[in-house]
Design a protein around this ligand. Structure first.
Ligand SMILES: [Zn+2]
Length: 264
């Protein structure tokens, strides 16, 4: 049976002199592996060799889901050509792809995740290599990572303490009242990977793996709209938390993480 789908290449390995085995993330079918016979020949049916991030409409046969599907057509859309000039954006895209590949199963479709992923790649591709764009790409990566967690059913609780359910804003206003406006506000909010979300100061003792958040980072995580305007320091802090969280989820550090987190 032939299926038609929109697809993004998330992995491509050589299979022979002329063929490749491609892992696609498709919109309607989810992740699939397919053999692209003759894809490395100068005149192939796939507009040339398939590379990571190649995307467009594919036709493939998946008669038995036990075996590799066979790619029969691939109409490639214009590639993400600017990524080759922007190493940080490229690394962020590779990191997002690694996480997507690790957290999705074959033949388990997530159409909204497909749309978010393609948008993330295209937005990152539009960024130029500069310090301000470095921050913008990091913001894109963080938002994609949170969308990925949500889509695969691992959405962290970011609006309240996971343990006692005290809402984040409520706690902030309580603290403010007891110290008075302008008084020093002791702000203690934590993120725990084992709890999968925020932990308040009253509950932190029960979560040895917690990491304390700055107020800016906690504000961003509870109100994702702030991420677009945040400074690089705050975004780096959030990204470090996410890398720690993904490391716990995957039981190993993601390979690309070391290219994203700059030790400072
Ligand atoms: Zn609590």
């Amino acid at each position: 049976m032939l299926s038609k789908d929109l697809a993004i290449c998330i992995r491509a390995v050589d299979y022979s002199e002329t063929s490749q085995i491609i892992t696609f993330f498709t919109r309607a079918t989810g992740k699939i592996s397919a053999i692209a016979k003759g894809s490395k020949r100068p005149k192939s049916a796939f507009d040339g060799p398939v590379e990571i991030f190649s995307h467009g409409e594919i036709v493939f046969s998946d008669s038995t889901r036990e075996k590799l599907a066979t790619l029969t057509e691939f109409e490639q859309q214009p590639g993400l050509s600017h990524l080759s000039n922007n190493l940080f954006a490229l690394n962020c895209c590779l990191f997002g792809t690694e996480l997507l590949n690790n957290l999705t199963n074959e033949y388990d479709p997530h159409p909204e995740l497909f749309d978010s992923f393609l948008q993330f790649l295209q937005d990152a591709n539009e960024r130029r290599a500069s310090s301000i764009e470095h921050r913008n790409v990091l913001a894109l990566l963080i938002l994609f990572q949170l969308a990925l967690l949500k889509e695969v059913g691992l959405q962290p609780v970011l609006n309240a303490c996971v343990n006692c359910k005290t809402r984040y804003e409520h706690r902030a206003s309580l603290v403010r009242r007891s110290f008075g406006e302008g008084g020093s506000i002791e702000h203690r909010v934590y993120f725990s990977s084992s709890a999968n979300g925020l932990i308040c100061r009253d509950c932190e003792n029960s979560f040895p793996d917690k990491i304390r958040l700055t107020k800016d980072a906690a504000d961003c995580l509870t109100n994702l709209k702030l991420i677009a305007e945040s400074n690089e320091k705050t975004l780096s802090e959030i990204e470090k938390i996410l890398v720690y969280h993904f490391t716990e989820i995957l039981h190993h550090p993601p390979k690309m993480a070391k290219y994203i987190i700059r030790d400072s």
